[in-house]
Design a protein around this ligand. Sequence first.
Ligand code: NAD
Ligand code: MN
Length: 506
Amino acid sequence: MSDLLTYDEYKAIAAGLTFPVNAFIHGKFQSPRSGQTLETINPATGEILAQIAACNSEDVDFAVRKAREAFDSGVWSKAAPAARKEVLIKLVKLINRHRHELAVLESLESGKPISECQLTDVPETASCIAWHAEATDKLYDQMAPASDDAVGMIVREPLGVVGCVLPWNFPLMMVAWKIGPALATGNSVIVKPAEQTSMTTLRLAELALEAGVPAGVLNVLPGLGPDVGEPLGRHEGVEAISFTGSTEIGRRFLEFSAQSNLKKIVLECGGKNPAVVLSDADNLDSVARHAVFSALWNMGQNCTANSRLIVHEKVKDTLLTCIEQQLTNWKTGDPLDPTNQLGAIISREQYDKILGYIATGKKEGGEILCGGKARKGKGLFIEPTVFDKITPDMTIAKEEIFGPVLAIMSVASDAEAIQVANDTCYGLQASLYTANVRKAHRYARALQAGTVSVNCYGEGDITTPFGGYKLSGFGGRDNSLMAHDQYTETKTIWIDTSDDPIDDTV
Ligand code: NAD
Ligand code: MN
């Protein structure tokens, strides 16, 4: 049974919401030390929803101190794994109980369609935290293969204070991807949400406190990147940063780390992901459905968006007909209306950037098959846009657009398809369509990407690592147990058990 409410019910929830606006530090909402605020704007209407705390480096210092005190007290870091699990499972139950409110809040501040917030973002936020919570008391440390004269233990320990710097495209899910494993492994966490979408993260922190996450263990500092992200990145008291966002900003965190305490850095960055359709791809209706979904999901504001459709000329015409058919299923409009599949673009800046790329695509010789325009009226809406006749040298074949724009490129052979697919500085995800199982295996290996999905568009799920090759990522993976590596240090404990007195000093 679908969990969707009606348009009227969602509007009623929206009208009754109280927006969380202050920083959340040491278990309390607190005004920022600067006294400054930032506007949170509903991109579907242009209306100002709330004035949000604009934190700065003084708030960062204070939050790091409180997070460190909580860590050193052992209240969370040294709690029994089963105890941490129990608290996090309570948080999951609270997320489920507040799922409609969270979905509306997410939709209002991000412009995402409510159907996705309700059916994907909120449930996956809950299931991600549940998965890591459930793992907490089922993970064993290791013993080294030593002789009887020694016991070599290899144990995992939480790092201490961890910073998570987040994007606006999947606000709740990204916070879950980071705090799920970070909290499960015993760290204290400071989250810096994207300035456009801070409120769901603040609400989540409040629910975490209610669930029993101790004060100081989960803190949220809204504010601008240079005011909060950079001081966190440079802080001597922060042991790690897990970042998701643009490659341009991600790489700065490596510099912040190099210039401070060599904190661990994990980056999940951009993509220019290919959907590769080989000459023998069958079931082209299904290929078109996946290709269109992968390009348009979340208005294309997705780091794994398949923004390049690389198709063998033999199947191209049929595929284009199927794509046209699929596009009729994508309705744009008020994000709170559950019958819409496409909502608003996050900000004026991104909206202008996307329209700029569409103009460049036309200027450089791309042919618009559909869309290509903004929708008139209030709100930041852009029509789903499909370009044909794109060649690898064109700007929109190379740069991440982060909008509802699909570029179709024709190739004459399977080998050329793979070569074009890999001709990018990114390597996050690739989709491969073929009916031949040998080609599926061979080319999945040949594609340079952290995830390759075959005969579908997919990112795997919580059980599989997520991250990128090349400029798409650095230093680790989100999701699966590999995510725990981001938030733990490995310690060897070597115990001499020999009874030879001469060796006592060793
Ligand atoms: P961004 O990389 O600037 O923002 C990501 C996070 O980094 C935000 O929390 C932001 O406040 C913070 N940040 C920004 N400048 C900073 C600085 N100087 N120091 C420290 N932290 C800083 O992303 P954006 O500007 O919101 O979007 C720009 C482009 O990035 C998009 O068009 C898209 O191509 C890409 N993007 C990718 C993802 C992804 O999931 N990989 C998400 C959002 C945006
Ligand atoms: Mn930016």
